[in-house]
Structures are given as C-alpha cells and as structure tokens.
Ligand binder design. Structure first.
Ligand SMILES: *Cc1c(COP(=O)(O)O)cnc(C)c1O
Length: 395
C-alpha cells in the first residue's frame, strides 16, 4: 500500500485501466524504417511520423556524426548566452530559404515553439482565437500567454469572424492560431479564408504546420506554400521531428516578429540549445528536400494508393486529405483490440483514444511513409482486411 497521501494516484491509474485508457509503452529496438523491431518483434511501421523515411537516411546520420566530431556532444548553454553554434544559424537560414520567409528561429521542439511564439505576441490584455481541434501544444502555449482564449468551431471561417466581431473590441489585440494539417484527422485548415477574415480585423495570424512541413506544398514547403500565402501569414510554427526525421521546432515568418521572439521567448532564453548532431541532421534534411522532390512525390503516391485501397475494403478513413489516415472505429476497446491483432500479424499501427482524440471517436491512425514499398503497403492492407473482417468492422 502506498502512503495515504499518494493513494489517490492509485485510484486514478485504476480508473484509467478500467476505461481502457491506460497507455502501455511499446519499446522500439531499431531505426524507424519501413520495418522496425518493436517489443522484440519485426513489424511493418505504419505508425511513426517518418513521412519521408529521413529518420535513418544515411545523409542525415553522416551529418550528425560529422557534427559530433567537430562540435562535441552538447552545446552546454542556452542560445542567448553561449549556445548559438554556426550550425544553428545555418539551419535557420536554410529553413527560411526553403519556406520562403524572411527569418526563422530554431528551438528545442515543436511543442516548445508554440510556447516560445505565443507569449511574446499576446498577453493578459489580448485575445487568442483558437480552432477547437488545435494541438495540445497550442493550447498550453495559449494558456501560458495569459491571453483570453476564444475557441472557434473547427475549420469554420464564418464562426471565426463571428467570434472576432463579438470579442475583439474588448481587447488590445487579437491573434488567430490554427493547426495547418490536423494531426488526428489529416484535414487541412482553410488557411486562405482564415487569413482573409483576420486581415479584415487586423488580427495576427499563426499556423502550426507540424504535419504539413515536408508533406504539403511544393516539394513539402508546407501549408502556406500550398495556399500561396507567402509573406502573408505572420508566424509559421514547424517541427523537425516529423517529416524531417530528427528533432526540434521552428518559428518562421516576418523578420520583425522573429527578431522580437528571439528577445522574449522563455524556452529560448532559459533552456539549452539543441545538440550539434541533431542540428546538423536537421540541416541535412532541409538540404535533401531543397534538392529533390522525389521523396515527397513518393509519399503522395503511397498515400493515394493506400487510401484508395482502404476505402475499397470498406473502411471509414474520415476527412483526411493527407498521408495521415485515420481508420475510424469509435469504441476505444475495439480500436485497442484491432491494434493488438494487427501487431500479432506483424503490423504496427497504434490505437488512439481520449484524450488524444475526443471520446467516442477512437481510431487506428495509419501514417503513410515514402519509406514503404508497394509490397509493404499490400502486406499492411491484407492484415487490415483480415482483422477488419474478423472483428466485423468491414464485410
Ligand atoms: C507533433 C506536433 C507538435 C509537437 O512537435 P514536437 O517537435 O514533437 O515537439 C506541435 N504541434 C503540432 C500541430 C504537432 O502535430
């Protein structure tokens, strides 16, 4: 028995298990390639955010090794004291060029990038207009800014406008923030329409393109590129942990804004810089994407094929227009059982339930990757068909 003051934690954990919401960690023992070793078993990887197969690309691994030899293991300082390496600046410039923005700031994670960007731009006298389905890191960043948070309906420019009209007059300034690609459903924010509304009321605009960078837009240049809104959006948040295959966050946009965030952002001022090896690997990823669209093209070919076949099998893949492919199952117990049976058959695809997705909308989320061959995809489809029929999900 735990101490009396800790017993409530036992009760909470028991409740999670009761509701099938307890998270069991699977352990990975290989690179996140098309196939990986998970809990000792070789399985098809339909589960990581390694959209382009860059995570174990030899060019990235080589760049990381060279940076270790040249700069050592860690920077041992925050960026603003003695932690800014030439590599960090090179990466920021390469990323600004790739995304066609004036400047960019590299931080430790996409999660932190939202905290870093929001608090300097809005405070207690201001209002944030936030999409109902925005990522947790936006929600937390918004809370830390202490601005008033007004939620508008998902991907609904008319509701955004109504909320702006109603609330903006009570505040000093407003900021609209949205995911670019929504990570659980794979749908796109109507960025052009949201921008138009915000322009009309001089509301600042910010988009978190974590699942769009390296995926949508020309050669993976992101959602702002997809909508042709260059120079219009004030701030673009991104991550190097998904399509780019490494780690770290990026704040990109107008130079004036990036300059200001560099002075004010607490995760940038008070937490150490990203390691040389990670930074060099990110730089190699940006170079790889700047040089060729081959990986992005293959990602989309694979996506079209996989989704088409899943629909033909009778699965509900929701609203997705990106490689994120939710397989809607509804009940979290069913989703977990589906995932377990897939795993037994050699397919790694995780079930997602509350709080990652709303209650009653549990699903398996398949992440299509350029690393997968046609044979791999066919193997995955075969197992989905077998498990889906066995559990009565499809006929
Ligand atoms: C994954 C994700 C993040 C977090 O990025 P990390 O680099 O993994 O911290 C932030 N925002 C969105 C929309 C994401 O999907």
């Amino acid at each position: 028995m735990p101490e009396a003051k800790l017993r409530w934690i036992e009760d909470e954990l028991a409740a999670l298990k009761e509701q099938s919401l307890f998270i069991n960690l699977r352990t990975i023992e290989s690179p996140a390639g098309a196939w990986m070793v998970v809990d000792g078993k070789r399985v098809l990887n339909l589960c990581t955010n390694n959209y382009l197969g860059l995570a174990n690309d030899p060019r990235l691994v080589q760049a990381a090794k060279a940076a270790l030899d040249c700069f050592g293991a860690g920077p041992t300082a925050v960026r603003t004291i003695a932690g800014t390496l030439s590599l960090h600046r090179e990466l920021e410039q390469a990323m600004a060029e790739f995304k066609n923005v004036e400047d960019a700031l590299y931080v430790q994670a996409g999660f932190l990038a939202n905290q870093a960007a929001l608090a300097p731009l809005v405070g207690p006298e201001d209002v944030i207009f936030s999409d109902r389905l925005n990522h947790a890191s936006i929600i937390d960043g918004a809370r830390l800014s202490r601005a008033k948070i007004i939620v508008y309906e998902h991907n609904d420019p008319a509701d955004l406008e109504a909320k702006i009209k109603e609330h903006l007059p009570q505040y000093r300034r407003g900021l609209m923030v949205t995911d670019g690609v929504f990570s659980m459903d794979g749908d796109l924010a109507p960025l052009d329409q949201l921008y138009e509304v915000c322009e009309r009321y001089a509301v600042l605009t910010m988009v978190d393109d974590a699942h769009g960078e390296g995926v949508v837009g020309r050669g993976g240049r992101g959602i702002v590129d997809h909508f042709g809104l260059h120079g219009k959006f004030d701030v673009e948040i991104g991550t190097f942990s998904k399509a780019f295959g490494v780690v770290g966050g990026i704040i990109a946009g107008k130079k004036l804004i990036v300059d200001y965030i560099r002075q004010k952002a607490r995760p940038f001022l008070f937490s150490s810089a990203v390691t040389p090896a990670d930074t060099a690997a990110c730089l190699a990823a940006v170079h790889a994407l700047s040089e060729s669209t081959e990986l992005v093209d293959r990602l989309w070919q694979n996506t079209r094929y996989f989704k088409g076949e899943m629909k033909a099998l009778g699965f509900d893949t929701g609203q997705s227009v990106t490689p994120i492919t939710p397989v809607m199952l509804g009940d979290v117990k069913l989703a977990k059982e589906f995932s377990r049976q897939l795993f037994e058959r050699g397919v790694f695809a995780m079930a997602l339930g509350f709080p990652t997705v709303p209650k009653g909308l549990a699903r398996i989320r398949v992440m299509v990757s350029a690393a997968l061959t046609r044979e791999d995809l066919d193997f995955g489809l075969e197992q989905f068909k077998a498990v889906g029929r066995g559990l009565g999900v499809v006929g």
